[in-house]
Design a protein around this ligand. Structure first.
Ligand code: PXG
Length: 299
């Protein structure tokens, strides 16, 4: 990236070149920490409160105390976007366990670090939204809830990275990850939805899906438009025989699938329900969210 960004670390805004953390931070040594990926559109942060709630829940689950309050976190996000004079883009919130000695114990880390990066993001080619993307099944499974809850958005994304390597090796845009029982969980960085005979299905969170915020928005949009939406376990068969398939995620937004494991989905073009939900999603992201530049009302 040629532009030098201002990065927020532990209450300070630093130039990108000076924004560094210690090699003894357990976020680096053990992947010990949590993160969020948030979008802002048209001078508003989309679903900021929900992302911050999920961040604090992830931290709670790994017994990590975030050293600032939720409202301070929200202020840090807005301040970092303003410092970079951005209007549409992407926030990466990273909480690391902090600096400690070599050795796993998190109790030797004095204080968690809070990092806020505000930047821009482009994940898929724009033509993918018109033509749909290619998916393959990966052999790397989602970790089961008795290993590390897949609901925790932790700094350890290695299984997702391994699956992504498989997807790229299969010349695909994304990879489907199954849970330990072989049911569809989600993709490496997106949730998955199936449309069959006018009904919309998605795997439940307990099947190994992240409790995606885009997933939740799409569920709300679908129900508001009168569609029946069912959270149910699915095998690859239900995906192969779908009328429509689409993925949701902060980075990907709502993206149609054209082909999955060489099976063409529907007639190969994005289906009507996918298109309708994509249009609804664009509308809601452009018109709602926490304002970034409006002066706070002082009473
Ligand atoms: N599943 C997984 C495993 C994810 O990591 C989602 C589903 C979608 O959740 P949301 O809440 O975003 O609808 C994610 C989200 C990145 C990046 O930089 C990754 C995500 C989000 C934003 C950016 O790779 N993953």
């Amino acid at each position: 990236m040629s532009q030098s960004l201002k990065i927020h670390i532990d209450g300070q805004l630093l130039d990108q070149a000076d924004a560094k953390i210690s090699v003894f931070d357990h976020g680096l040594l053990y992947g010990d920490g949590v993160f969020e990926g948030i979008r802002f559109y048209n001078d508003r942060v989309f679903r900021l409160d929900e992302h911050i709630d999920r961040l604090y829940d992830s931290a709670k689950a790994i017994h990590l105390t975030i050293p600032i309050s939720k409202s301070e976190m929200e202020a840090a996000v807005l301040e970092t976007i303003r410092a970079n004079d951005l209007h549409d883009g992407y926030i990466r919130l990273v909480i690391t366990r902090g600096v400690g000695g070599l050795g796993l114990s998190p109790y030797r880390c004095e204080k968690a670090s809070v990092i806020v990066i505000a930047s821009t993001i482009a994940l898929y080619d724009p033509e993918v939204y018109e033509k749909g993307l290619k998916l393959v099944t990966c052999s790397t499974r989602r970790p089961s809830h008795d290993t590390l809850s897949p609901a925790v958005k932790s700094l350890n994304y290695l299984s997702n990275v391994m699956a992504k390597i498989e997807a790229i090796a299969g010349d695909a845009d994304e990879g489907v990850m199954l849970n330990a029982a072989g049911y569809v969980a989600e993709c490496t960085g997106d949730n998955i939805f199936v449309v069959k005979n006018g009904i919309i299905y998605t795997p439940p969170v307990h099947a190994g899906a992240l409790n995606g915020i885009t997933r939740k928005v799409v569920i709300e949009l679908a129900r508001a438009r009168g569609y029946e939406l069912v959270e149910t376990e699915m095998s690859r068969y239900e995906l192969y025989t779908a009328d429509e398939l689409f993925l949701t995620g902060t980075a990907a937004e709502v993206v149609p699938v054209r082909v999955y494991d060489e099976r063409v989905i529907g007639n190969g073009d994005p289906g009507p329900i996918t298109r309708q939900l994509l249009a609804g999603f664009v509308e809601i992201t452009q018109s709602t969210g926490t304002p970034i530049y409006e002066a706070a009302v002082v009473s």
